[in-house]
Design a protein around this ligand. Structure first.
Ligand SMILES: *Cc1c(COP(=O)(O)O)cnc(C)c1O
Length: 468
């Protein structure tokens, strides 16, 4: 498989380079040159496979020509072996013909584990073969940092440095990062905000000498391999509910648009999906876009579903590329206009095409608490604030009650215990395998919001520095 940039001018790359490169050199995002396609018969033939077997089968065309089939299947199996549920991504029933896809059984209790567990192993495998090392640096406001650390811990080819804003992530989130006792994991608590952390990471990448000498690398959500891994659970859920002989609808709690774009990919690969609901919180740029065809930014408002507190959804560019008939030049112009003016329009025809498949709805914090309470009253189960946005939006936008509606439950309620307790009076307990989390010793270095000091720390602790 070869990959092209959404902006049309970066070199066409194979899977291995796309994996290690992340962002394309023309500022675009990599997408497959052609979507693989599974016929209805091929999909029927996948019924009854284990999650890992299905995942290897679905993703094989994306890595074709880069990874040996048996090696890849082994990496995939290892990626999901540590999940806390034998079905990996089980469905639970919420109401008549309405389901939750539980994506929170991974090591850090959010769906990001599905992609990052595989990404860490793919990096390590490719680096070992090339005899190379990288230094992963990233900033986190919570979920991504812990998932990336779990994925990269103890890997020979990787050192990982995660910056978080000191005192501004929840205790569970902090401990999921700082209690990982692996010599290649480094947590930096920055005296500043999440934006400061992001600026520091950007500045490290923009320092060419620093970037090259440390072989800096990123595992953020623009990496194609993350989308690839997320297509699988849509197909797994669809098969369990009768696809390809019956269509399915999905409601997806959305921030960067990566997860819902993976669903779009699953549909392009042959899964019959009748409808996607893009569920947003108060930061509703996407809901406003699907209503009007105009994308315009507003300041970010903090909510109790913080993983969705995003204004510019970087992965939306991948859908834009498809709406523009895969014309990289047109996407490049649209993105440049957006960067300059903070506004972007699509044509009426493109909006109509998008609306044929996508609906969108928003939910504020009061609505989130109401939804968590309502689900508890009806089912006896607790859901997390992000999943609550999905449940509400799915119900608000549902087109056809005879089509099974699946809401992606993107995090475990115990990851956001304060919000869930405030809504219901009940404090969700951590799953037994994480029980020791609150007692384990923490390893973290507090540093000022100072690029020089942080670079000095990274240089001193990364093993990849080549002394020339
Ligand atoms: C990252 C995240 C999201 C948003 O996913 P995108 O792919 O960025 O749209 C939703 N819920 C939770 C719990 C997350 O961690």
């Amino acid at each position: 498989m070869r990959y092209v940039s959404t902006r049309g001018t970066a070199p066409v790359l194979g899977f291995e380079d796309v994996l290690l490169t992340g962002l394309a050199r023309d500022g675009g995002l990599y997408v497959p040159e052609k979507w693989p396609y599974f016929s209805a018969d091929a999909l029927r033939g996948m019924r009854g496979l284990s999650y890992a077997e299905l995942a290897a089968r679905i993703m094989q065309p994306f890595v074709d020509g880069a990874l040996d089939e048996a090696d890849f299947a082994r990496l995939v199996a290892e990626s999901y072996a540590g999940f806390g549920h034998p079905a990996v991504a089980p469905l639970s029933q919420l109401d008549a013909n309405e389901w939750l896809l539980e994506l929170f059984h991974g090591p850090t209790l959010a769906f990001k584990d599905f992609a990052l567990q595989l990404l860490g192993r793919l990096f390590d495998h490719v680096l070992a073969r090339r005899g190379e090392r990288v230094t992963v640096v990233g900033a986190t406001s919570g979920d991504t940092g812990s998932a990336a650390i779990e994925a990269c811990r103890d890997r020979a080819g990787i050192d990982i440095f995660i910056l978080h804003p000191r005192g501004r992530v929840s205790e569970v989130q902090r401990r999921q990062m700082t209690t990982v006792a692996a010599p290649n994991v480094h947590n930096i608590a920055v005296e500043g905000t999440f934006d400061d952390c992001q600026d520091l990471v950007k500045a490290m990448f923009n320092d060419a000498a620093f970037r090259d000498s440390l072989r800096l690398s990123a595992v953020n959500s623009i990496n194609w391999a993350r989308i690839m891994a997320q297509t699988v659970y849509y197909i797994a859920a669809g098969l369990a509910l009768g696809a390809p002989d019956r269509p399915v609808a999905f409601s997806v709690p959305t921030g960067n648009f990566g997860d819902v774009f993976a669903g779009y990919g699953a549909r392009r690969m042959g899964l019959p999906v009748a409808q996607f609901v893009v569920a947003t919180n108060t930061n509703d740029i996407l809901t406003r876009f699907f209503a009007s065809g105009e994308m315009s930014t507003r300041p970010v408002v903090p909510t109790i579903s913080p993983a969705m507190d995003i204004q510019v959804s970087s992965n939306f560019e991948r859908l834009l590329f498809e709406l523009h008939g895969r014309d990289g030049r047109a996407v490049s112009q649209a993105m440049q206009a957006f960067r300059e003016s903070g506004t972007m329009h699509v044509t009426a025809a493109m909006l109509a095409e998008a609306r044929g498949l996508f609906d969108a709805a928003r939910l504020d914090d009061d609505g989130i608490r109401d939804t968590i309470r309502a689900v508890l009253d009806r089912t006896g189960s607790l859901i997390d604030p992000h999943s609550a946005v999905g449940v509400h939006a799915g119900r608000a936008c549902r087109r056809d009650p005879s089509v099974p509606l699946v809401t992606l439950a993107t995090a475990h309620p115990a990851k956001f215990p304060d919000a869930v307790e405030e809504a219901t009076g009940r404090r969700p307990a951590l799953p037994p395998r994480l029980a020791g989390l609150m007692d384990r010793p923490e390893r973290v270095t507090a540093l000022p919001n100072d690029l020089g000091r942080i670079q000095e720390f990274v240089r001193a602790h990364a093993r990849s520095v080549e002394v020339a």
